[in-house]
Ligand binder design. Structure first.
Ligand code: UDP
Ligand code: MG
Length: 334
């Protein structure tokens, strides 16, 4: 049996020991934290979260932390393990390599045992101070998820422009309203988390998944925070690829657009044939039109390559899905 299959089975079959049971009548809140090269930020994040969570614990809420080390190249794994030795509320999974934030979030949600689960970045860009209000909104059952929307303060104008354009485009293409600035910082009910876990696709695009599963979400707004330390792992190019993956994961309209272009060009080509035949019959066959011929050939070749590319993208995604590889491989966990 291959390692990855074995581990995937473990992932599904509740690999981690159960967290401390909540006190009588209390609830368990899981804090899921995907980490990639966050060795410096984790202690800060942990200290800040503990400070906020102390208040909740005073009100009978038990807390567990689930740190996922997404194959970091720095001391992240070590820092997490050391913390977990000091604090028994901390569990973790360490990936065998970097599988990306989507995989890390999925691993965290699979491991979380809480009645409620919150997901936060390790770099303190997601303020833990919002957690009590978010829990309050979901705990009384009025909402299934407390989502957050960050302002774009401090973002460059060009990045804001492209982000807005992307959200407009994907909302149109997928027929779902994917909200600009709504991120992965959420506090979710058990039912909401189970719904997310029931979507087993490999090409995961959380912003779409949250929207697709539905439920009632209460929105909280917060000011854009700078990273506590280190740099964002998202370059402009990575974000572009991520956006394209998101569109392909949640819409097959690009294929329809490719077909529509094909049909329009076909109709145009019939018109051109009629025009050329009629001109030949009326004026004979003077040799001319080299430039226009080359333009038409280049244009059609370009469109063909583009549509083949679109087809290829969907085919590649389908190929990835049918291989049914696990989303991640865990090297060590507690
Ligand atoms: N992250 C991860 N795997 C990756 C990239 C990022 O687990 O491959 C984590 C990272 O450690 C952080 C969160 O995802 O906790 C958000 O990453 P980052 O701050 O780089 O993104 P941004 O805040 O710029 O969107
Ligand atoms: Mg960040």
């Amino acid at each position: 049996m291959s390692t990855s299959v074995g581990i995937q089975r473990q992932n599904r079959a509740s690999p981690t020991p159960p967290p401390p049971p909540p006190p009588e009548g209390g609830v368990l809140l899981s804090i899921v934290v995907p980490c990639y090269n966050e060795a410096e930020n984790i202690p800060l994040f942990y200290a800040k979260s503990c400070e906020v969570l102390k208040v909740l614990e005073g009100q009978g809420v038990s807390v567990e932390f689930v740190f996922i080390d997404d194959g970091s190249k720095d001391e992240t794994a070590k820092v997490i393990q050391e913390l977990s030795e000091k604090d028994e509320r901390i569990r973790y999974a360490i990936f065998s390599r970097n599988f990306g934030k989507e995989a890390a979030m999925l691993a965290g949600l699979q491991a979380a045992k809480g009645d409620f689960t919150a997901m936060l970045d390790a770099d303190l860009q997601h303020p833990p101070s919002l957690l009590p209000a978010m829990l309050e909104a979901v705990k009384n059952g009025e909402y299934d998820c407390a989502g957050t929307i960050r302002t774009r303060t401090g973002d460059s104008k060009i990045r804001t422009f492209f982000s807005r354009a992307f959200y407009r485009l994907i909302s149109k293409l997928s027929n779902m309203e994917i909200i600009d600035g709504a991120g992965d910082f959420r506090l979710m009910s058990r039912q909401y988390v189970d719904a997310i876990l029931s979507l087993s696709e490999r090409n995961r695009f959380s912003k779409g998944i949250f929207q697709w599963i539905g439920f009632r979400t209460k929105w909280f707004y917060y000011e854009n925070q700078q990273r506590a330390s280190g740099d964002s792992k998202w370059s402009f190019w990575k974000l572009f690829i991520y956006s394209l993956d998101g569109i392909i994961a949640f819409s097959s309209k690009l294929l329809a657009i490719a077909s529509a272009i094909g049909i329009i060009l076909f109709i145009l080509s019939i018109c051109a044939v009629i025009f050329i035949v009629v001109r030949k019959l009326i004026f004979g066959d003077p040799i001319q039109g080299w430039a226009s011929t080359i333009c038409v050939i280049l244009f059609c070749a370009g469109v063909q390559l583009l549509t083949t590319g679109v087809l290829g993208e969907y085919l590649a995604k389908t190929y990835n899905e049918v291989k049914r590889r696990p989303h991640f491989v865990i090297r060590k966990q507690k």
